[in-house]
Design a binder for this molecule. Sequence first.
Ligand code: ADP
Ligand code: MG
Length: 435
Amino acid sequence: MTSKEFLTIIKKEANPTDYKRYLKQLNYKKITSDEKLAVFEVPNRYLASWIKSKYKPLIQHCFEIYDGTKPHIEIKITGEKKSKKEIISEKAKNEATESTILNPSYTFDSFVVGSSNQMAYNASLAVSEKPGVQYNPLFIYGGTGLGKTHLLQAIGNDAIEKGKTVIYVTIEQFMNDFTFSIKNKNMEHFRGKYRKCDVLLIDDIQFLSGKEQTQEEFFHTFNELHNAKKQIVMTSDRLPSQIAGLVDRLKSRFEWGLTADIQMPGLETKIAIIEKKSELNGINLSREIVNYIATNLDNSIREIEGVLIKLNASASLLNQEINLELAQSLLKEQIREKKENIKLPDIISLVANELNIKPSDIKSKKRTATVANARRVVIYLARELTHNSMPDIAKFLGMKDHSSISKNIQKTNKLIETDENFKLIIQNLKNKIIH
Ligand code: ADP
Ligand code: MG
């Protein structure tokens, strides 16, 4: 088979967008004489890893169609044997001009809209229709696993489709890129890359917290892009004003445009999402099972998705239909496993970190409002998420008796009912511990 013949076959088999954007770049090099290994080349490592994770079986299938063989597939990067220096400079060049590779399944079409995410969805759509015009920056915030990255990449996928240069990075990648460029005295390249794109998508910006040098650099990137009317979209697990250790000039800039939140969806939307996800993954679920999952899981969509995948896997392993009993036993197992894995010290260190106090304060006798509040949150989460009894928790926190534990829990329950912000904080912490 020639490389051209291969492309003709895969074009028919693959999703057209994936083909046009990525698979077309596959260069079929050779097959070993025993037909066991087929080697392909692609221009860069992002493409290689994306194709490897998504398309290996289909590539194999193309060989089957062609001549009935089923070789292993190897995907190399063109010219991989070059010196390190060459690779670095090539990587720099590629990254400066090419858009980032995004998950192609994160589109607006595959996103289910409900009241919990309507505003974020509408704003994202508006931004992708007219980048840099209406809401700049767009700041999307909400708990883990609720669709922030999905929407962010949907904007990116759409913009790439329209021929824009898009950069999608987590703030951690931005930071690494920045440090790497300083070390290699290559700031010019770094700035060229980030200050010349049409759409800059930054995921999980809350991790800018306390990173002063990166904040300084990001400040300039932001200004340059904003002045040039280029679109900036950021996601975060909290509002700009709640990101501790973020300089004020960034806080205020992040609120210049629009801030839109995503909440945990209500039952109806959850059901619609489960239906959509199972359809996309070719999983067949009865209404009863969909309802069961929707009513029993309410931490994040990511968790729901995980359950669907596990459910499908166990059904095919056991060679049986997915039925309610299977779903029930899986969920029970999942909840039990989680509880066994979460330990009290983990809860303390997470809460201390998130609420910006010392872990040792939580176990101390201090009674300042901040510490008392943090302690209350720890107690609540310990009861909700672990198997520890009230006396266990009291002992661990160095409290005299466990009646104060139950008082604390009552108080927390009241706060959750009356204080939206507090509820959000608790929900966020819960998500973080579970994932
Ligand atoms: P976050 O970035 O907020 O932590 P993600 O965007 O990674 O969350 O979402 C987790 C998973 O849930 C993804 O697979 C995403 O496709 C899915 N998801 C979340 N919200 C929706 C939605 N409204 N419709 C469809 N899928 C969703
Ligand atoms: Mg995310």
